[in-house]
Design a protein around this ligand. Structure first.
Ligand code: AMP
Length: 228
């Protein structure tokens, strides 16, 4: 990975694969910046903005927001936040063929000096369903720590003591819809990036998060033995 240029990493993986948790590690330990389209939408819902009211029901039912809306959100965010040698994680974008095509267009125009790496998170469906049914999230927008009820049964966040909540779309029917939608779109997205010669790294995410994080740093050639 060329650290002198701007870099964008896409975490491409189904809901529950650990995109949010891995992104948080990159942000906290490596000072990368994260664009989570899901977080932006949820913030809009809790702040009751016009956008929030528009997308609230769609998110709860496990469906996708329109490409038009999401592409505009991502474009605006990148224009505002991407500076020379920025390190950005895209968590939850692109999720459809059209979104991938739009990102490819951005890379050929406004993001010309940016290297894109796609990280494919590989995990079985049974592990995913159980993870999502047991997931709790810190309600503090500055923290957003993610826990599993299997290991952590407290009602408050161990980092900031805010209340832990369950996402309304982490409910069995919505989970099944989200996983089905994901697998329909994954190959289409991969094809677009394979054809453009984008580097794709596969990573097994059915192991403890610290091991996944280390594997990833090694594969990206940024593992530092002294820092861990
Ligand atoms: P996430 O937190 O990434 O799991 O996203 C939660 C929900 O936000 C998704 O189930 C979608 O309803 C919506 N969403 C997030 N990102 C996108 C996207 N790139 N395209 C369409 N809908 C999205």
């Amino acid at each position: 990975m060329n650290l002198n240029k701007s870099n964008i990493i896409i975490f491409l993986g189904p809901p529950g694969a650990g995109k949010g948790t891995l992104s948080k590690l990159f942000v906290d330990k490596l000072n990368w910046i994260q664009l989570s389209t899901g977080d932006i939408l949820r913030e809009n819902i809790s702040n009751k903005t016009e956008l929030g009211e528009k997308v609230d029901f769609i998110i709860k039912s496990g469906k996708l927001i329109s490409d038009e809306l999401i592409i505009q959100i991502v474009k605006d965010w990148l224009l505002k936040n991407l500076k020379d040698s920025s390190k950005v994680i895209l968590d939850g974008f692109p999720r459809t063929e059209n979104q991938a095509i739009e990102l490819k267009k951005m890379l050929a125009s406004s993001l010309k000096n940016t290297d894109l790496i796609l990280i494919r998170l590989k995990i079985s469906e049974s592990v995913l369903v159980s993870r999502l049914l047991n997931r709790t999230i810190c309600s503090n927008q500055e923290c957003k720590a993610i826990y599993s009820l299997v290991q952590y049964k407290e009602p408050l966040c161990s980092l900031c003591s805010s209340k832990l909540t369950i996402r309304p779309d982490d409910e069995l029917n919505a989970i099944k819809d989200r996983l089905k939608l994901y697998s329909q779109n994954e190959n289409l997205i991969l094809d677009i990036f394979k054809r453009s010669g984008i580097k794709i790294i596969d990573i097994d995410v059915e192991k403890p998060i610290q091991e996944i994080y280390k594997d990833l740093l090694i594969k990206l050639n940024i593992y530092d033995n002294n820092k861990k």
